[in-house]
Design a protein around this ligand. Structure first.
Ligand SMILES: *Cc1c(COP(=O)(O)O)cnc(C)c1O
Length: 379
C-alpha cells in the first residue's frame, strides 16, 4: 500500500513546478539577497531602482514603478490615469477577480463585458455597447499570456474617450503586432505573484507607462503621497515593492526570455500532440500575437468528469475560471444573472488548463495528452 502510494506520487505531473526554479537559482538568490540584508536597505533602495529600469527595458517601455501586488498595480494605474470614485471601468467577465476588485477599491464601478468564443479574451465590440457617460476606462486582460486585440479596442476607446489600462498580470514579455505588452495603452499592470511567468518570492507587482507624469504620480501614490521627507502631496498608499523582492526579481528577469521561449515550445508540442485528438480544442492564438503561455487552455465536453479522470491518473489541471465575475457572490449587488454573458458562461463549463511551466518535459506532455485522449474518448 505504502509503496503503491509512493509510486503514484512520484509519477504525478504537477500543474506548475515552482521548486524547479528554486533549485536552479539557489546561488543567484543568495547573491541577490545578502547585499540587501547586509546594508539593511529594505525600502525604496537601489535594487528597486535597478529592477524598475530593467523591467521597463524588458517591456520596451519608458517607465516602470514597482508596487506591492498586481491588484494594487491595476488600482494605482487607474488612479494615476484619472479614474476615481463614481467612475465606471469596463472589465471582461472571464478573468481573475482582482481585475474587478482593483476597480472597486477605488470606489469606482466595474462594468462587465463578454469575451470572444475562440480566444476567451475581451470582446472589443462589446465595449462600445457597455460604455456610458460615466465610463472612464477599459481594462483589457491579456488572458493566459495572450495579448487582447488592443488595436480593435483602442479604436473603440478613442471614440468614447476611454483610457486603456492593460491587465498584463499573466503576460510578461508577450508581443502584440511586434510590441511588448506593457506599452500598448496608457499604463499596464503586472503581477509578480509566485506562480506568474515572472514571480517574486512573495507578493509584488509593477506598473509600466510611457508617460512621465503618470510615472511621477505612481511614485507618489505608492508611497503615502510623499513628495519629499515631510511633504505629502496627495493621500497615497503603502503599496511599495520591497527591495529584497526587487533584487530577486532582477536575478530572475535575466532568465525570463528563456523561460517564455520554453513555454512557447511546450505549447507548440501540445498543439502538435493534440492536433488529431477529437474533442479537444485549444484556445485559439491570434496570428499577430506572440503569447507567453502563462496557461495552456483547451476546451472539452464533460469537463468536470474529464478533469477528475486526469486527476485520478496523477495529472494536475486547473480551471481559469470556473465562475465568471458577474456570477460571483462578491458582485451580486450589480444585479447580473445567468445568461447575461453567454460566451463566458459557456466557456466556464468547458475550459481546462493543462500542466504548463518552463521545465515541463516531452515525456510529461505525452502522458498528459495520452491521459486526456483516453478521458475524452470515454463517453
Ligand atoms: C494574478 C492576477 C492579478 C492579480 O495579481 P496579484 O499580484 O495576485 O494581486 C490580476 N489580474 C490577473 C489576470 C491575474 O492573473
Amino acid at each position: 500500500m505504502t509503496t503503491l502510494m509512493r509510486e503514484s506520487r512520484l509519477t504525478e505531473i504537477p500543474f506548475v513546478d515552482l521548486r524547479a526554479q528554486s533549485r536552479a537559482l539557489h546561488d543567484e538568490y543568495e547573491g541577490a539577497l545578502w547585499p540587501v540584508i547586509d546594508r539593511a536597505a529594505f525600502s525604496l533602495g537601489p535594487e528597486l531602482a535597478e529592477f524598475e529600469e530593467a523591467f521597463a527595458a524588458f517591456c520596451e517601455c519608458g517607465y516602470c514603478v514597482g508596487v506591492s501586488s498586481g491588484t494594487d498595480a491595476i488600482k494605482l494605474a487607474l488612479l494615476a490615469t484619472g479614474v476615481g470614485p463614481g467612475d465606471e471601468v469596463i472589465v471582461p467577465v472571464n478573468t481573475f477577480i482582482a481585475t474587478a476588485e482593483a476597480v472597486s477599491h477605488l470606489g469606482a464601478k466595474p462594468v462587465f463585458v463578454d469575451v470572444l468564443a475562440d480566444t476567451a479574451s475581451i470582446d472589443p465590440q462589446a465595449i462600445a455597447g457597455a460604455a456610458g457617460d460615466a465610463t472612464k476606462a477599459v481594462v483589457p486582460v491579456h488572458l493566459f499570456g495572450q495579448p487582447a486585440d488592443v488595436e480593435a479596442l483602442q479604436s473603440v476607446a478613442d471614440e468614447r474617450g476611454l483610457v486603456v489600462v492593460e491587465d498584463a498580470c499573466q503576460a510578461h514579455g508577450a508581443r502584440y503586432q511586434g510590441k511588448r505588452v506593457g506599452s500598448l495603452g496608457s499604463a499596464a499592470a503586472f503581477s509578480f505573484y509566485p506562480g506568474k511567468n515572472l514571480g517574486a518570492l512573495g507578493d509584488g507587482g509593477a506598473v509600466t507607462t510611457n508617460v512621465l507624469e503618470t510615472d511621477e504620480r505612481l511614485r507618489l501614490l505608492r508611497n503615502h503621497g510623499q513628495a519629499d521627507k515631510h511633504t505629502h502631496a496627495v493621500i497615497g498608499y503603502c503599496d511599495r515593492l520591497h527591495n529584497l523582492q526587487a533584487a530577486l526579481l532582477t536575478a530572475k528577469l535575466r532568465h525570463l526570455d528563456m523561460w517564455n521561449a520554453a513555454r512557447r515550445a511546450a505549447a507548440r508540442r501540445y498543439d502538435e500532440l493534440l492536433a488529431d485528438v477529437e474533442g479537444v480544442t485549444p484556445i485559439a492564438c491570434r496570428a499577430d500575437a506572440e503569447p507567453v503561455y502563462h496557461l495552456y487552455v483547451v476546451q472539452v465536453d464533460d469537463r468536470d468528469r474529464v478533469r477528475d479522470e486526469l486527476g485520478e491518473a496523477g495529472v494536475q489541471t486547473g480551471i481559469h475560471y470556473p465562475v465568471p465575475l458577474h456570477l460571483q457572490p462578491a458582485y451580486a449587488h450589480l444585479g447580473h444573472g445567468r445568461g447575461d454573458f453567454p460566451v463566458a458562461e459557456a466557456l466556464a463549463g468547458r475550459i481546462l488548463s493543462l500542466p504548463m511551466f518552463p521545465e515541463i518535459t516531452l515525456k510529461q506532455q505525452e502522458r498528459v495528452v495520452a491521459t486526456l485522449t483516453k478521458a475524452v474518448a470515454r463517453r
